[in-house]
Each structure stands twice: as C-alpha cells, then as structure tokens.
Design a protein around this ligand. Structure first.
Ligand code: C2O
Ligand code: CU
Ligand code: CU
Length: 502
C-alpha cells in the first residue's frame, strides 16, 4: 500500500488565544486528504503520534453561521487524530474551558487506567494533562471517536460542540477496493443556537429525552457537498457524534454497502437501503457511482425514539415523541408536534456525479469476524427510568443510578460473557461498553443476521439484546452506559472492574 509515511508537523488550527497548535509524528496521506497545509521533516520519534489539543470556548463557524461554542483547537469537529497499530499516542491536552472536563477514546481497545482512556480523571479548568497510550499491534483499523466523558458534564460539553474523529489505519485500508475508494468522513452533529449564536440552557424535558437541536451538520456543514465519478467508489465513514439524535440514513437511488460497524470491518459487505445510526455508533459504507449522473440526496428519515411513559409513543404522535426533529419550540404544549414519527426527511448532504472512471468493483471479502466461544457467565442489565423524590427523573441500570464509589460488575480477564440488556422503560437506549468490543448475538431471541463487532447497540423499549464480549488485555475500571448523553449524566451508567483471572 502506498501511503506516505513521513515525519511532519501539521498545523491543526489556531486556538482562541491565537496559539498555533501542532500535530507531529507520523501521519498518513490518504486520497481524501490533499497535501498537508505544511510539512517539515523533523526528528519526531518513529511510532509516536503527538497531538496538541486545546478545549476552549469561543467563536466557531458552524453550518454557515457564527456561534459561541466549545471546540478542540477552534474546530468542529476537532482535529482528526490518526494512528496505526503499534503507535504510541501522546495527547497534550489543555483545558481552557471554564469548567472541568476530560477525554475518552470511544471504541479504542486501550487501557482504561492511568493516563490512558481513563474516564475517571478530572482535568480542572486551566490545567494541562498529557494522555498517553499505545495502540496494540493487533488493533483493528477503523473509525473511532473522541469526546469528553466527565460524569455530569458530558451532555452539556458534547452539545456545546466537543468531539472529534480518531482513525486507526490498518488492515482494512489495505483491501485494494477500499484503498481505491474515495474516503470521506461524515461527522454527524446537531446544534441548538439562540439568536445570539449561543447554546440555550436545556429545558428539563429536553434533558429527560436527550438534547437535540435543529441545526444538523455533517462535518460542520449543512448540506455537505459530496462527489463521485461515474463508475467510482466512495467510502463514507459515518460517526454519530450527537447527544441524542438518531440518524436514519438513506441515499436516494443508491444502496449502501456496509463494510464496518463501530469502526471494525465486517467479513463481507452487506447491502442496505437504510442505515440507522444511534449516538456513539459509527459505520463505514461504500457507495457505487452506478446511476445516471446527477444529484442525489443523503437523507435523514424520521425516527421516533420513544418518550416518557404515558406521554411517549403509546400516545401516538402529536404529543411528546422524542424531542426534536423540529426543535422544541420555546416550550412544549399540546398541539405542538414533537414526534419525528410524523416528521419529514432532512437533507444532510448532496452527492453529485462529477467525471467518470472505469467501473470500480466492490470488495467481495473483507476481514473475517471471529466467532466468540460460548460464554462462561451470563448477566442481565435492565435499563429504565424512575422518579427520585424531589429530584425528578432518574435513569437507572438494574435499579441504580451511577455512583463513582460503587463497582457494579466484576469480570475476569480472558473470559467470555453474555450480557442480556433489557430495556424495561419507554425510550430507546443505545447501550455502550468501553474498552472491549462485543458482538450482538440476538434480539428478543432472534439471532442477528450477520456477525459484527460493535461497541454501542440500540435497545428499544421492551427489547432484550444479548451481546457477547471477551474481556481482553486490560485490567482496571471502565464504564458502560446509555449513549444518550443526558441519560448517562442522569445516572444510566455502571462501573465494570476487569481483573486478572484465569
Ligand atoms: Cu462515547 Cu462512554 O462513550
Ligand atoms: Cu466509549
Ligand atoms: Cu438512554
């Protein structure tokens, strides 16, 4: 594979304070990224990816308008971090937010402890902290995601703008058909802005359902321009970086060929008409330029993610469905339609045919997904919400809200477990586990159509999803939670302790 591997400095942006922030170390040129803004040979250590990341609050242009938001290095999405298996990633992180924060590397199989992917760290305002971890040699290549993860602050900070793409370049990128495809990252994120371009404080009900905003952006733009040559192949790398919004994606007249879920390759492409992406989920799809030249819209179709009990989907549309598709007006009330069930499709991007190439084939085989052995342990987790006297709604796993001091689940390394995730509430909950990917075995007892690695899976009201996970390599504490970030902040998270075992 002909990737340029050179040592270089790349200017990633300018902070609010005007400081130039640099990324150094090994970087890769892909076809999607024309040449770097600047590059110089330097003496950066081989195998070291060093990133300077600054979280701050300030003016950012989003979806064509100027807004006051949180961002990394002044950019939304934050700078794309790229590494390869075996690399050491060192992130020099400055918290210039007016509040504490931290970083999480969603989907990466790296230690959850120390100064690696440790969500229990608290980096106070004004502090600098160096994260460092090594990507295992056998780490799959794929699309991952970084975002803040300080319990209680996550929904606010992500809705305020924070998040970025973390790519591992690996085996999958070397499959000839995939290597030949044009690569585009689609970072899906919605915003709510008031007349002065600020994020308004959320209404109580919005927090319950999870914040959504009417300004829906793809990689910071509304209606992103995508192009494909006739006969060509496009690799869309999708990340749902939104707090709560689900994307039900379809591309007019074009099937989507799914090649990776939550970053990791499938064993062969799966043809889809429609793809549902819940918060935290990623998907890589291929698109073939096989239609009449013209313009085709990438659409987000309406989706109803449930509501709160009596006012939820049981009542049909017209009352309080999910917040949403149409931002909740100044205040909700009868007669206002918040249900996306009755909403309309939204255009996220437009694909335009430009030019022509000799017809490019789809890959037939990708990377085998191993079958995990039968589990040694089966556990059940029930997701629900309830009322806390005087405090309103609480979001629960097995009846508990998150407690920093409590270990909820103890597992032994090098064992395989099945987890049955039961949603006994009335809203959809995308369930996410840190550190180790899993495979979905069944949904309400029905086997999954194909084997795939996942780290986040949707569990609908009344459903039981059975997933299988092998705890490998890393001891320590990590978390599992609902990836509707307000639900996580309101308590729908538990702590898992992985300990040396057999
Ligand atoms: Cu994307 Cu625990 O998070
Ligand atoms: Cu995560
Ligand atoms: Cu939830």
């Amino acid at each position: 594979m002909k990737q340029l591997r050179r040592r270089q400095f790349i200017a990633l942006g300018t902070s609010a304070a005007g400081t130039l922030l640099l990324l150094q170390g090994r970087l890769f040129q892909s076809k999607a990224q024309p040449s770097s803004p600047s590059s110089t040979e330097d003496s950066a250590e081989e195998g070291l990816v060093e990133v300077f990341l600054e979280a701050s609050y300030g003016t950012v242009n989003i979806g064509g308008q100027s807004a006051q938001l949180f961002s990394y290095n002044g950019q939304i999405p934050g700078p794309k971090i790229e590494a390869r298996p075996g690399d050491t990633v060192r992130i020099r992180f400055s918290n210039n937010l007016p509040e504490p924060t931290n970083l999480h590397y969603h989907g990466l199989h790296v230690p959850p402890t120390g100064n690696a992917d440790n969500v229990f760290l608290n980096i106070p305002s004004g502090e600098v902290f160096t994260y460092e971890f090594t990507i295992p040699d056998d780490h799959p290549g794929g699309t991952f995601y970084y975002h803040p993860h300080l319990h209680g602050w996550v929904a606010r900070q992500v809705f305020g703008g924070l998040g970025g793409i973390f790519v591992i370049r690996g085996e999958m990128d070397e499959i000839p058909e995939i290597e030949a495809a044009r690569e585009v990252f689609l970072f899906l994120k919605d915003f709510a802005l008031d007349a002065s371009g600020r994020v308004p404080a959320p209404h109580h009900m919005e927090q319950m359902l999870g914040r959504e905003g009417p300004l829906v952006t793809v990689s910071g733009q509304s209606n992103l321009d995508l192009s494909i040559p006739r006969g060509g192949l496009l690799r869309l790398r999708l990340i749902n970086a939104s707090n709560a919004r689900f994307y039900r994606l379809t591309l007019e007249d074009h099937p989507l060929y799914l090649i990776a879920t939550d970053g990791i390759s499938l064993s062969e492409p799966v043809e889809l008409r429609e793809l549902l992406l819940t918060p935290g989920e990623r998907a890589d799809v291929l698109v073939r330029g096989e239609r009449e030249p013209g313009q085709y819209r990438l659409l987000d179709l309406p989706y109803n993610r449930g509501g709160m009990g009596m006012m939820g989907r049981g009542m049909g549309s017209g009352m309080m469905g999910p917040m949403g598709r149409g931002r909740m007006g100044p205040r909700m009330g009868p007669g206002t339609d918040f249900s996306s069930g009755g909403g309309t499709a939204r255009t996220l991007a437009t694909l335009t045919y430009r030019g022509q190439v000799e017809s490019m084939a789809l890959p037939r085989q990708l990377i085998p997904v191993e079958a995990l052995p039968e589990p040694q342990t089966v556990r059940r987790f029930s997701l629900n919400h309830g009322m806390r006297p005087g405090m309103g709604m609480a979001f629960l796993i097995n009846g508990y809200t998150f407690n920093h001091q409590r270990i909820d689940t103890r597992v032994s390394l090098n064992t395989v477990e099945d987890w049955e995730i039961a949603n006994t509430g009335t809203m959809d909950h995308p369930f996410h586990l840190h550190t180790n990917p899993f495979q979905v075995i069944s949904r309400d007892g029905r086997a999954e159509a194909f084997r795939a690695w996942k780290d986040t899976v949707l569990v609908r009201p009344g459903e039981v999803v059975r997933l299988r996970v092998r705890f490998a390599d890393f001891p320590g504490k990590a978390v599992y939670h609902c990836h509707i970030l307000d639900h996580e902040d309101l308590g729908m998270m538990g702590i898992i302790q992985m300990q040396g075992g057999n």
